[in-house]
Design a binder for this molecule. Structure first.
Ligand code: RFL
Ligand code: PHB
Length: 388
């Protein structure tokens, strides 16, 4: 058994865990990051792409913005498309803020490089991660790395291990309350070497279902189609995907498809996000459907609150730690509501429900016709101000 002592044990090297490690390092706090997957796996995992201005600012302040500013695509608007309607939402004009397209795996690469440069530990391919004594002042994490069992003693554990990680389950069941909604559809996402159809994102509601045109660069398109929750990718040869995209989005530039995947859609919140010396952040505590592009942004917002709370706790002041969960959840629920609303407005919920169809059209008509409604959408889409 190898024994290690650190101040904060961070479980998970996704955006939440890696950003927390960086912020703690800059505040002079020691941490150990453990990750179940390999480095190439997490650096290649295709996921989110859109960063709120506040997330860009947070990453920049953390010293992680150099390539993001060079390669990220800043957008000042987005488009809603539906039967007969085609509306640009002037994000910058309505809010003075922009959003930035920069693949999550690119942020992850930047954060892994920054972490390795600090010389502080980041261990990949760990197994059997388990949390112990989280209610005490001396919590522990055990795991196996390169065949050797490890035990980490620490002052606090940050559970940044995503929806399926062990941290949330380490909270005593009697203190944890879960709120959940599962949607009757999923997204089939592709990455293609094809020029994006527009400089900006297009969210389309069509009678066949939702579609989204986004991008990773000026030559790489990222496209999504609403599909069945248990969709079999084998039934979606490339021609069928392009046909459905043309149908729902109109003219789409085709090119070789380099990646295909199906993403389930769920809204989920676990409360509270802290018990004793265990703190949850990011997808470990909450999931949003991707329609509002909020998952990674919420992970960043959580960590923005968690890092100073942990720094203060380690100096003997537990006040920010006490209120971390409530302050994080105040934003999370607003973002949950926004993501649920965007999802409800743009997807087809049932095969044949003319009422639903009319209400969605009315909603889109209203959003497009009212500056107040567009401003409300824009304000949430670019990211609500941080409440600190
Ligand atoms: P992550 O990224 O899931 O990282 C958790 C890490 O923990 C590791 N882990 C463990 N490590 C050690 N021991 C264990 N036992 C472990 N169990 C798990 C995992 O391997 C993993 O590396 O969570 P984090 O850091 O909270 O970050 C959250 C984001 O990844 C997620 O919310 C976003 O990707 C969601 N999302 C989007 N978010 C946005 O902000 N904007 C978007 O445009 C956006 N689009 C999307 C998305 C997610 C999608 N998918 C595929 C779910 C589009 C899609 C299609
Ligand atoms: C993406 O670029 O992958 C993306 C953008 C906006 C969303 C979801 C995903 O709402």
């Amino acid at each position: 058994m190898k024994r290690i002592r650190t101040q904060v044990a961070i479980i998970g090297a996704g955006p939440a865990g890696l950003l927390l490690a960086q912020l703690l390092h800059r505040a002079g706090v020691d941490s150990l990051v453990i990750e179940r997957q390999s480095r190439p796996y997490i650096e290649g995992r295709i996921r989110a792409g859109l960063l709120e201005q506040g997330s860009v600012d947070t990453l920049t302040e953390a010293g992680l913005g150099e390539r993001l500013h060079r390669e990220g695509l800043a957008h000042e608007g987005m488009e809603l498309r539906f039967a007969g309607g085609n509306q640009r939402i002037e994000l910058f004009g309505l809010t003075g803020k922009r959003v930035t397209i920069y693949g999550q795996q690119e942020s992850v690469k930047d954060m892994v490089a920054a972490r390795l440069a600090t010389g502080r530990p980041l261990l990949f391919e760990v197994a059997d991660t388990a949390l112990h004594d989280v209610s005490s002042d001396a919590p522990r994490v055990t795991f196996t790395h390169e065949g050797v069992p490890h035990e980490v003693t620490c002052d606090a554990i940050a559970g940044c291990d995503g929806f399926h990680g062990p941290s949330r389950a380490a909270m005593p069941p009697e203190v944890l309350r879960v709120y959940e909604r599962v949607y009757p559809f999923a997204w089939l996402g592709i990455l293609a070497d094809a020029r994006p159809i527009s400089h900006e994102l297009i969210y389309a509601r069509h009678e066949d279902g939702f579609a989204l045109a986004t991008m990773r660069s000026e030559t790489v398109s990222r496209l999504y189609l609403q599909c069945a929750p248990d969709e079999d990718l084998a039934l979606w040869p490339d021609e069928r995907i392009w046909e459905a995209l043309h149908q729902r989005l109109g003219a789409v530039n085709e090119g070789p498809i380099t990646q295909k995947g199906v993403t389930a859609m769920r809204s989920f919140v676990a409360e509270p996000m802290r018990h004793g010396r265990l703190f949850l952040a990011g997808d470990a505590a909450h999931i949003v459907p991707p329609t509002g592009a909020k998952g990674m942004n919420l992970a960043v917002a959580d960590v923005r609150l968690l890092a100073p709370a942990l720094v203060a706790l380690l100096r003997g002041d537990g006040r920010l730690a006490e209120t971390y969960s409530a302050r994080a959840l105040a934003r999370i629920w607003k973002v949950q509501r926004f993501s649920w609303w965007m999802t409800a407005m743009l997807h087809k919920f049932s095969a044949d429900d003319p009422f639903e169809h009319r209400v969605q059209t009315a909603e889109l008509d209203y959003v497009c016709g009212s500056e107040a409604a567009r401003r409300s959408l824009a304000e949430q889409y670019v990211g609500l101000p941080y409440d600190e």
